[in-house]
Design a protein around this ligand. Structure first.
Ligand code: EPZ
Length: 420
């Protein structure tokens, strides 16, 4: 079993390069199904989740080449056919595999796949996905742990999402691009990754307007072609390194930052007294400031992202006062609190709120990653803690962070991965 060992106390220095956004690349790879052609995703993040969704497409008949030298993934979906079913264990392994439902229904009018599992952060229902696809005329059948969708031809419709679900917005958008007529999604998710997906679809020949706003209009077309696409940078990875710099009071440069995408994170960090300059896509942190306590409420974009909640909890554990974090997006996303408390933090959980009393310092301990962002938060705590921190279940971290220990080591952190 692999573990990550962090010896705290080092200042960080130098530069780190941010990878492309996992949460952009996953729906984009699913969307490549729509073209029945060859697409190339440039500078793709070499992550476990990306390999899993590639396996899902290969199990459907796609041919995929992953070039780990130049990080390009070429995907030819000509030979995909709807008679194949993606292997159940792959779909259960990663919820984002469910994003193939919209594209498969749109192209073939039929899809059957295992229901995605829940995970540590919540039950992760798919009711909004299914409601949206049904609105476009799909017949949905549930049973024996599977979901099956059928439709002679999807017909555009107006859909009002009860919650601006990222995945449901993506699935409905991908279902609408080959549907007959126009589809309008109201109360759509506005995350930058939605806009990136829409840009890929439009380059393929789709007509998607309003992505990145709460109202998305899709005019169905008859066919799409494969294209080359370079995804946006990972705003959550960038935010994670900004907090690494703040917790070690370091000055570093972070290459690959889109100021617009990272605004909600910058606003909160500046409330904590952590100011970051961004120029030409490069963020510079100025470290060596005391961390002020703040209150945070996670919200759909452009609110503060839930995927930065664990990392902010790590940071606020060292603030000079009391902070309150309210997690409104997922029902069970505080499992990292008990692990951070093992390192000396003072955190009280009350339902969807966490009260964090800042402490003078953290101490290294043996801790366990409970999801990918929680794992990253524990590494951040380890960087600032006295002595060694040993993190297990690191496979969570590998799902969302490219070469995290290599990137941190290049910044001067004392971190390594061991096999035990
Ligand atoms: C995406 O998950 C991201 N994953 C998550 O990132 C991210 O935390 C989440 O959006 C919120 O921003 C990918 O993009 C691959 P949702 P998704 O549908 O689409 C409820 C990470 O750390 N809901 O917006 O699954 C749901 O239970 C991961 O990179 C329904 O009730 O998120 C949750 O409470 C973790 N019914 C809320 O909406 C549905 O049909 C947000 O879920 C769908 C969702």
């Amino acid at each position: 079993m692999e573990k990550i060992i962090v010896k705290g106390g080092n200042k960080l220095k130098g530069e780190v390069n941010i990878s492309s956004a996992k949460n952009s690349v996953l729906p984009i790879i699913a969307a490549s199904i729509l073209s029945g052609d060859l697409s190339v995703i440039e500078n793709a993040p070499m992550l476990e989740d990306v390999f899993v969704i590639c396996d899902v497409l290969e199990s459907l008949g796609a041919s995929i080449k992953i070039n780990k030298e130049n990080n390009n993934i070429s995907i030819d979906t000509k030979d995909i056919n709807s008679k194949e079913e993606p292997k159940a264990d792959l779909v259960r392994k990663m919820r984002a595999s469910f994003l193939i439902m919209g594209p498969m229904l749109s192209r073939f009018g039929r899809v059957k796949l295992s229901l995605p599992g829940g995970c540590n952060i919540g039950s992760r229902p798919i009711d909004l996905h299914l409601k949206g696809l049904s609105s476009l005329g799909a017949q949905i059948y549930l049973g024996h742990g599977y979901v099956e969708g059928k439709a002679d031809r999807l017909i555009g419709n107006k859909i009002y999402l009860d919650f601006p679900s990222v995945g449901a917005t993506e699935n409905i958008m991908m279902a609408g691009v080959l549907a007959k007529g126009e589809t309008v999604i109201e109360n759509a998710a506005e995350e930058p990754e939605i806009k990136d997906l829409a840009n890929y679809l439009n380059d393929m020949g789709a007509i998607v307007e309003g992505a990145g706003t709460g109202r998305i209009r899709i005019k169905g077309v008859s066919e799409l072609k494969g294209v080359t696409h370079k995804p946006i940078y990972d705003r959550i990875e960038a935010g994670t390194y900004m907090i690494a710099a703040a917790m070690t009071r370091s000055k570093i440069k972070i290459n690959g930052v889109d100021e617009e995408h990272i605004k909600p994170i910058l606003a909160k960090l500046s409330e904590c007294g952590i100011n970051i300059d961004i120029k030409n896509g490069i963020a510079t942190t100025y470290g060596d400031v005391d961390i002020k306590p703040v209150d945070i409420k996670t919200m759909p974009y452009p609110g503060f992202p839930t995927d930065m909640q664990a990392q902010m909890m790590a940071l606020l554990s060292l603030s000079k006062g009391t902070s309150i974090i309210t997690e409104t997006v997922f029902e069970n996303r505080f499992m990292h609190a008990s692990e951070i408390k093992r390192m000396g933090a003072n955190i009280k959980i009350d339902g969807r709120s966490a009260v964090i009393e800042g402490v003078k310092g953290l101490t290294g301990a043996e801790v366990r990653a409970t999801d990918l962002r929680a794992g990253a938060a524990l590494i951040l705590c380890g960087l600032a803690a006295e002595c060694n921190t040993q993190i297990s279940d690191v496979y969570h971290i590998d799902r969302g962070y490219v070469d995290i220990e290599k990137k941190l080591k290049s910044l001067g952190a004392c971190i390594e991965r061991i096999n035990v």
